[in-house]
Design a protein around this ligand. Structure first.
Ligand code: IPM
Ligand code: MN
Length: 357
């Protein structure tokens, strides 16, 4: 019997991107050998700031097309702060191209406290386990590259549409149905995070969330203003299961959540549309760490687990997640307070590989 094959586009990215992606691919290699039965056919494409410097585009139309045809995309962090467009925004980012270009409207950001992490918040491992569902195609960031202004004033507009809010709310409620509820009480809950007390667009977001939520009587509806949510993510993280919010709020609060559990170097994410999805760490390309064998590969290895789930290889996905957990729990893999693994990127990758199985 031949192995199940899935086509995956790989974008190694800038800064620490290539070494992180190499780590994830080393884990993939080990998982494929270990579990057998499936194979990812990898197709490598260039994307990001270095590609922009080479060809004047962060991603060529051919590469975008390859992404469109793939079963999934594994992407390293991209962008270099000094590679900018004339308006001062970064030229090497792919968010606009991939998220809006492929209509990947749901940005899924799991925040989990692993064992043995010197995290700022003090909880037992597993007591923090929630997912931020960040709307990914509209909100304030729809204005990417479209802001209007002159030398005296500039405006970026926040847009909410009914279909846009409906689909992200549905996604969040559907996701809650696949989970075991909040660590605090086991209740399946979707928290709507907004600033509906101030902004009309946000009040609309909450209203549409409510309309959608009525069709999910088995999932609890819950509401927090975004400022209060920032506090609760630090003071009462165990109450959260799934949170749904506008694009910019999701960008901010996912970094906050990542900080509470020990840093973004532990945090993977998935960008999902109706068919295609791509997976990337939630952090940037950290050029000062590049090539030093220092950065945490766990965010990118976590992306591999999410990707395996997406292509239908749930068993392999659990194997990867469990290996991360066990490597940390056994002390074979230790994270420093700076968010980097003690002993470096390659040793951390090896520790994960040794705990597969
Ligand atoms: C993220 C990143 C991107 C975003 C940047 C790099 C454009 O911060 O994925 O969270 O703002 O969405
Ligand atoms: Mn961000």
């Amino acid at each position: 019997m031949s192995a199940r094959a899935h086509r995956v586009v790989v974008i190694r990215g800038d800064g620490i991107g290539p070494e992180l992606v190499d780590s994830a691919l080393a884990v993939l290699d080990a998982v494929e050998r270990h579990s057998g039965g499936f194979h990812l056919e990898l197709e490598f494409h260039e994307g990001g700031a270095a590609q922009y410097q080479r060809v004047g585009q962060a991603l060529t139309p051919d590469s975008l097309d390859a992404c469109r045809k793939a079963d999934a995309i594994l992407k390293g962090p991209v962008g270099l702060p000094w590679v900018q467009r004339p308006d001062g925004t970064e030229a090497g980012l792919l968010g606009g191209i991939l998220r809006n270009g492929l209509d990947l409207y749901a940005n899924v950001r799991p925040i989990k406290l692993f064992p043995g992490i010197p995290a700022p918040i003090k909880r037992e491992p597993g007591q923090v386990d929630y997912v931020i569902v960040r709307e990914n195609t509209e909100g304030l960031y729809l204005s990417r590259g479209l802001g209007v202004g002159n030398d005296n004033a500039v405006a970026d507009v926040m847009l909410m549409t009914r279909p846009g809010v409906e689909r992200i709310a549905r996604f969040a409620f559907d996701l809650a149905r696949t989970r075991n509820g909040a660590p605090k009480d086991g209740v399946r809950r979707v928290t709507c995070v907004d600033k509906s007390n101030v902004l009309r667009s946000m009040a609309f977001f909450r209203r549409v969330y409510d309309e959608v939520g009525e069709r999910y009587p088995d999932v609890q509806r819950d509401y927090l203003y975004s400022d209060a949510c920032a506090q609760a993510l630090v003071m009462e993280p165990e109450r959260f299961d799934v949170l749904v919010m506008e694009n910019f709020l999701g960008d901010l609060l996912s970094d906050l959540g990542g900080g509470t559990v020990g840093g973004l170097g532990l945090c993977p994410s998935g960008n999902y549309g109706d068919r295609i999805a791509y997976f990337e760490p939630i952090h940037g390309s950290a050029p000062t760490l590049a090539g030093k064998d220092r950065a945490s590969p766990l965010s990118q290895i976590g992306c591999l687990a999410m990707l395996l789930d997406k292509v239908g290889e749930a068993k392999a996905a659990r194997q990867v997640e469990t290996a991360i957990w066990r490597a940390l729990e056994s002390g074979a893999l230790k994270m420093g307070a700076d968010g980097c693994p003690v002993g470096g990127t390659r040793a951390a990758t090896q520790a994960v590989i040794e705990h597969l199985g």
